[in-house]
Ligand binder design. Structure first.
Ligand SMILES: *[C@@H]1O[C@H](CO)[C@@H](O)[C@H](O)[C@H]1NC(C)=O
Ligand SMILES: *[C@@H]1O[C@H](CO)[C@@H](O)[C@H](O)[C@H]1NC(C)=O
Ligand SMILES: *[C@@H]1O[C@H](CO)[C@@H](O)[C@H](O)[C@H]1NC(C)=O
Ligand SMILES: *[C@@H]1O[C@H](CO)[C@@H](O)[C@H](O)[C@H]1NC(C)=O
Length: 463
């Protein structure tokens, strides 16, 4: 008897715990619509694991908050933060972009990023500040001056270094990386040792290095294995005189003159003729397509810069092929997206029924999942191909940059505003499809006379 009673009590207890959990879960789901003013950054380290768990189950997988970034390097001279692999969050949803990694760099004034190469291609957008990057090959040294809105293609294996040349403003850039050895994984290879990472020369014996460089083994030991660079990170302080010397003696093909530029010269999203732009009182949009830039062509990466005025909507649209990884550079906005894909409990499914294999059953429910999230400075959000989306900057100016993956021949199709695709439907098609009379059919998709960006308050409501 007592056993049965105990069992019943245990069961009741379990049920009530489950119930409370469900409630808590529900509240969390509801909670992230209202604006959060100052997003607190979770401390990196012991607390971050917990934040990750909570985040992956209670938020839309398309939205990576600032705290999702992991510190890869941090010192007085700057930091490098990287997002975990997208598939770590949602293995099925992001399988197509598994091989791409997003990171954020910040270099303090007068700092130097020591020479390195990667087993990955990368594309960089300069978000803020002034700096130089030098690409070094056995035959050439190319130094480029960089500023806000510049796009840099970093070929896999190229030895390069960077300097923040400004005395007061940090140099910040966002980077998408496409590994060449292992999907979603890459490494940085440094010739010089630091406290942070060994020199790649430590992979060789001192005997070989001594013979190769024709220097004594003792010197080899001191330079490549020695402790003298300990305490030094991969970003180091550099004096204004050293900056001057470095930048004066290098060839410097200007970014501004197209004729002089080489295949991998940086270009500006704001001034280059081949960048497509939309602009009106409510926003500016610049997009570099891979078809128009050698730098982006083989990687099939598109690059965008969006700047919206408070009280604007970036009209509903979708991309035909490109999936955009979008980083919020400034302000906050509401991102709305329609997704026919179910993502509820993606991670649990993987853990509970691994024997079902990788494939998840296709969602045939016909349901549209309404993805609504308030995205703020340093957040990342994903816009998959084909998904209609919009961005609304209600209460703040909003600036974001985007990297479009699989962007070759991708077309951006607007669903509202002048020249939108639906306004080009035959009136008969509109009438039959939406079940409206001809008068409504004519007005439905043609009443918005702004294109691309529009005010959040419809003009017919204004007095
Ligand atoms: C540093 O950046 C600030 C702000 O963009 C600018 O006004 C200043 O001229 C820059 N200084 C140098 C030395 O580049
Ligand atoms: C840079 O050029 C100056 C002369 O213009 C020269 O004095 C100096 O040694 C050069 N520095 C390096 C590192 O080559
Ligand atoms: C956004 O656009 C406004 C108006 O053109 C401009 O003043 C501002 O500097 C821009 N900001 C960024 C970060 O592009
Ligand atoms: C847009 O249409 C509204 C009426 O719907 C009109 O009042 C307004 O002047 C138009 N604006 C432009 C820029 O054509």
């Amino acid at each position: 008897m007592t056993m049965t009673k105990k069992l019943i009590i245990t069961l009741l207890l379990l049920i009530s715990i489950a119930f409370v959990h469900c409630l808590a879960f529900h509240v969390e789901l509801e909670e992230f619509e209202p604006p959060r003013q100052e997003e607190q950054e979770a401390p990196v380290g012991e607390g971050s694991g917990e934040g990750w768990q909570e985040e992956s189950t209670s938020e839309f997988p398309y939205h990576f908050r600032k705290r999702s970034f992991k510190n890869w390097f941090q010192s007085k001279e700057g930091f490098v933060k990287m997002l975990p692999k997208f598939t770590k969050r949602a293995p099925n949803l992001f399988r197509g972009i598994e091989n791409y990694r997003f990171s954020l760099y910040d270099m303090e004034p007068n700092s130097f990023l020591v020479p390195l190469h990667l087993d990955a291609d990368s594309v960089v957008i300069i978000l803020q500040g002034h700096g130089v990057a030098e690409f070094v090959t056995a035959k050439t040294k190319e130094l480029f001056h960089l500023t806000k809105g510049d796009v840099v293609r970093l070929p896999s294996g190229i030895t390069h270094f960077a300097i923040n040349t400004n005395q007061t403003v940090p140099l910040r850039f966002a980077k998408i990386t496409i590994p060449v050895n292992n999907p979603g994984q890459f490494q940085n290879y440094f010739s010089a040792p630091s406290q942070f990472q060994q020199s790649y020369f430590t992979g060789f014996s001192k005997e070989v290095l001594s013979a190769s460089f024709n220097i004594p083994e003792e010197l080899v030991g001191r330079i490549f294995f020695g402790p003298q660079q300990m305490g030094q990170g991969i970003m180091r302080r550099i004096t204004p005189d050293q900056i001057k010397e470095l930048t004066e003696n290098s060839t410097s093909p200007s970014n501004k003159h197209k004729d002089k530029s080489t295949k991998f010269s940086p270009f500006s999203l704001f001034t280059h003729d081949s960048v497509s732009s939309y602009t009106n009182d409510f926003g500016h949009f610049h997009e570099a397509h891979p078809e128009s830039f050698d730098q982006l062509q083989d990687l099939q990466i598109a690059v965008t810069w969006t700047n919206m005025t408070q009280g604007s909507v970036f009209l509903p649209q979708y991309n035909s092929k490109a999936t955009f990884v979008t980083f919020v550079e400034n302000g906050c906005a509401r991102y709305e997206m329609a997704s026919p894909y179910s993502f509820q409990g993606e991670q649990q499914q993987q853990q509970w029924w691994p024997e079902q294999g990788e494939e998840k059953e296709e969602d045939m429910s016909g349901q549209v999942h309404k993805i609504v999230s308030r995205v703020c400075k340093s957040d990342v959000f994903i816009i998959p191909a084909g998904h209609p989306f919009t961005i609304v900057s209600h209460d703040e100016n909003f600036v974001s940059v985007g990297f479009g993956i699989y962007a070759s021949n991708s077309i951006r199709t607007f669903l509202a505003g002048q020249g939108n695709v639906l306004s080009n439907l035959d009136t008969v098609a509109t009438r039959v499809a939406f079940g409206v009379g001809s008068k409504v059919a004519e007005k439905l998709f043609t009443s918005q006379n702004y294109s691309h960006f529009a005010p959040t308050t419809p003009s017919h409501q204004q007095s």
